[in-house]
Ligand binder design. Structure first.
Ligand code: FPP
Length: 261
């Protein structure tokens, strides 16, 4: 994806001491960045606020991450917003998150239009409360013609369930005689995942210091570089994002081989 270097320099002007856009090789921007947005609850608790306030603050960080990704010319930004296990949270928090997703989606439609962002969802969105599902469908419809960055939001997402679902689809095709199980390939399974057609993530960022994958994109992350920061999601800003990209570019990606770059 292309980017306007002048706009980008302006966007990253006057930053903190330790990081600057000059540290980034603009010719090696990752295609797909994925983020596990974590730490909203702890951010709120540290301020004596209700957990819900952490999620509300997290929306601002998400908006900034979308804008930053667009400025950098990233092709795909994916973010983990709600896992299949998150239904086990107190009902009040689940309701708040579902309401926040719906409200945010509608509120951000002008931003998506302005930035030419195409929306996509990873996960079983049919099982979401009607209001949330309807706004998601509206978001998909309204952004379907956009040709810029893809913003993929994982909601009611669980990686194992996703892989089982894909395996089931392949098994059904085999049962129907369309393909023999002996001909199954990784590409065929990739093609039945929620991420079908998207490149695998180059970089996974996880905030709040947790060293876990939490059932997120287990198949797609096979060769992804990981970056974990202690920064809590509501505090994560464009400079933290830049730090992650600089760290990513310092890595040697070998994809299991021996030749460095
Ligand atoms: C993790 O923090 C965050 C979530 C489970 C929800 C993510 C939601 C947002 C960032 C809000 C905005 C999102 C959209 C799509 C509008 P946590 O609650 O697990 O924090 P903790 O680990 O500190 O308790």
């Amino acid at each position: 994806m292309t980017f306007d270097e002048e706009v980008l320099r302006d966007y990253f002007a006057q930053g903190p001491q330790d990081v600057s856009l000059d540290a980034l090789d603009l010719g090696r921007i990752p295609r797909h960045v994925s983020i596990i947005m974590d730490g909203n609850g702890r951010w709120a608790k540290a301020r004596g606020l209700d957990r819900s306030q952490g999620h509300v603050a997290g929306v601002e960080s998400l908006r900034e991450a979308v804008t930053t990704s667009v400025r950098l010319g990233i092709d795909v930004l994916s973010c983990y917003a709600f896992s299949t296990e998150n239904w086990n949270r107190p009902q009040r928090e689940v309701d708040l998150l579902m309401g926040l997703f719906a409200k945010t989606l509608v509120a951000e439609l002008p931003l998506f239009a302005q930035e030419n962002v195409r929306l996509r969802f990873l996960g079983d969105i049919d099982a979401l409360p009607a209001k949330t599902r309807n706004t998601f469908v509206r978001g998909l419809d309204e952004t379907a013609g956009n040709t810029g960055m893809t913003f993929a939001l994982a909601v009611n997402y669980g990686s194992r369930a996703e892989i089982v679902r894909a395996a089931r689809i392949l098994a059904e095709r085999a049962q129907a005689g369309e393909v023999s199980p002996a001909e199954f390939t990784p590409e065929m399974l990739s093609g039945e995942l929620y991420t079908a057609g998207l490149p695998d993530p180059d970089l996974l960022i996880r905030t709040s210091g947790e060293l876990r994958l939490s059932n997120y994109l287990l198949w797609q992350l096979a060769y992804t570089e990981m970056y974990v920061t202690d920064v809590l999601w509501p505090d994560f800003d464009k400079w933290d994002y830049l730090r992650a990209l600089v760290a990513y570019q310092a890595r040697d990606r070998r994809f299991g081989g021996v030749v460095a770059r």
